[in-house]
Design a protein around this ligand. Structure first.
Ligand SMILES: O=C(O)[C@H]1O[C@H](OP(=O)(O)OP(=O)(O)OC[C@H]2O[C@@H](n3ccc(=O)[nH]c3=O)[C@H](O)[C@@H]2O)[C@H](O)[C@@H](O)[C@H]1O
Length: 461
């Protein structure tokens, strides 16, 4: 009979293994709780750091009453502007810029201040002693360096431009917490008729959502500001009556751009009706001039002609010339200031309407349409260069064949009277263009070099 196996060794081994397991699990527990503690500490530190940077300005936005909620977008964007938004130095700049220097002067928030019309209007307002605060998101729809150069020009005239987006509600609320603006000149928008086919959402975001956001903040402000804002001649769309009057149809837009501007006019009606905001929409007709927009035809024609590149000149499907009521910037600025000066006070307060408020729409055009072919020949004369013209049928891209403004309403209400014809206005534009892009300097430098070379050749000969 086989003797039973000696189990004493196995039992000892098992006891030893179980001891080791207990020791290891305690070590593991200690190690993992240490790890957990360290991770919690790290997260807490990161959170403390993040909130210390952002919380004070954002809580200031609330103005004591938490009437809005931070979305992730707003929180992050405000953190992004961080480098000082809401800080004492920032508030000082905001106040200084928006304080009027004349008795009964306005305090105007100009949106799109680093844009073409925004820059000119801000300078004109500042020059006559009004307080101006700019807001601009410096997007890259066209060369942002031009917007930065306009910002530098504004800075030289003590206009501070806050970098921020219309859709950033806490930022807008903060601005109204710091300054009791009497007026808003709302010029920020996604512009351009043809680009709307490439990037439709940008039109909805700026011209509709952004506008509504601004109106939401304005309706709550105390006092409510009066608002003058940029609509567009494009709202006339397929209208065939001429010249365009404010009483004509505007329910047939030819582009999404036009549709968003028309939507803006309807939205303005709603905020006027419900909240007593005084609102004036200005229908601009193809505004041009120094510091203009590089996406507009007169601007890129100038560039292309100087570079010897071909340009597309549109004609209508039935072979007619396309024409525009090109309006010079100084005339439009006078119109904007006239509209601001005659804007009545909003009647609501704290989001409640107290009585009927002013609601207006005006054409700001030149009353004298010019065919695009004529625009090109004026530029050729001014630039001393023949254009390589490609006359083609207008692509189906939202363009309209013709615009012509009747401005009698703006004349009656605030004496609007355009005085600059296209040739004189383009002369001023070309003068600015060659100086801004250093073309004069280059030409002069080339001439100097040529002179030097011929001088040296003469000497050596
Ligand atoms: O009043 C407005 O509400 C709008 O004005 C402006 O739109 P438009 O009047 O279309 O100006 P702009 O593009 O300079 O084309 C000028 C002319 O050149 C023709 N054109 C254009 C491009 C081209 O390659 N060839 C050409 O012949 C073209 O057919 C047109 O006849 C603003 O951009 C817009 O933001 C809005 O404010």
């Amino acid at each position: 009979m086989a003797s039973p196996p000696d189990t004493s060794k196995t039992i000892k081994l098992e006891r030893y293994n179980s001891y080791l397991r207990r020791v290891n699990s305690t070590k593991l527990l200690n190690a993992s709780s240490k790890l957990l503690f360290r991770a919690t500490l790290l997260v807490a530190l990161v959170l403390i750091f993040f909130f210390t940077i952002n919380y004070p300005p954002l809580s200031d936005h609330m103005g004591g009453g938490a009437h809005h909620v931070h979305t992730t977008h707003n929180f992050l964007s405000s953190a992004f502007y961080g480098g000082g938004v809401g800080g004492t130095a920032w508030e000082k700049q905001v106040r200084h810029s928006s304080t009027p220097k004349r008795p009964n002067g306005m305090s105007v928030l100009v949106t799109g201040a680093a844009g073409f019309v925004g820059t000119h209007c801000s300078l004109a307002l500042k020059k006559r002693g009004d307080g101006v605060l700019g807001l601009d998101n410096f997007n890259s729809y066209y060369d942002p360096s031009l917007k930065r150069a306009r910002q530098a020009l504004l800075k030289r005239h003590e206009v501070f431009v806050v970098e921020g987006d219309l859709n950033d509600e806490p930022l807008l609320t903060k601005l109204f917490d710091v300054v009791p603006f009497t007026h808003i000149l709302h010029l920020a928008a996604q512009a351009g008729v043809r680009y709307a086919m490439q990037n439709p959402q940008s039109y909805v975001s700026s011209n509709i959502a952004g506008f509504v956001n601004l109106l939401e903040v304005a309706k709550r402000a105390n006092p409510q500001p009066s608002i003058v804002w940029a609509s567009s001649s494009s709202v006339y769309g397929l209208n065939t009556e001429n010249p365009f009057s404010e009483l004509h149809r505007t329910d047939q837009p030819a582009s999404l751009y036009a549709a968003t501007k028309k939507a803006g006019e309807e939205i303005a009606h709603t905020y006027n009706h419900i909240y007593g905001l005084a609102l004036t929409g200005l229908r601009f007709f193809t505004v041009y001039g120094p510091w203009g927009r590089p996406d507009m035809a007169y601007f890129f024609f100038t560039k292309d002609i100087l570079q010897g590149k071909p340009i597309d000149v549109y004609k209508t499907v039935d072979d007619k010339e396309v024409a525009r009521d090109f309006t010079y910037i100084d005339d439009v600025v006078k119109g904007c200031l006239g509209a601001l000066d005659t804007a009545e006070k909003s009647t609501g307060s704290g989001g409640k309407k107290k009585g009927p408020a002013q609601l207006r729409i005006y054409n700001l055009g030149n009353t004298s349409p010019v065919p695009v072919g004529k625009l090109v020949s004026i530029l050729e004369g001014l630039l001393g260069t023949k254009a390589k013209k490609h006359v083609i049928k207008m692509p189906r891209n939202g363009d309209v064949p013709y615009t012509h403004a009747n401005v009698s309403l703006a004349y009656k209400d605030f004496g609007y009277k355009p005085t600059t014809d296209l040739a004189s206005g383009l002369r001023k534009f070309v003068k600015w263009y060659v100086s801004y892009y250093g073309i004069e300097t280059r030409v002069k430098r080339e001439m100097d070099i040529n002179k030097k070379i011929s001088h040296q050749t003469e000497e050596s000969g």
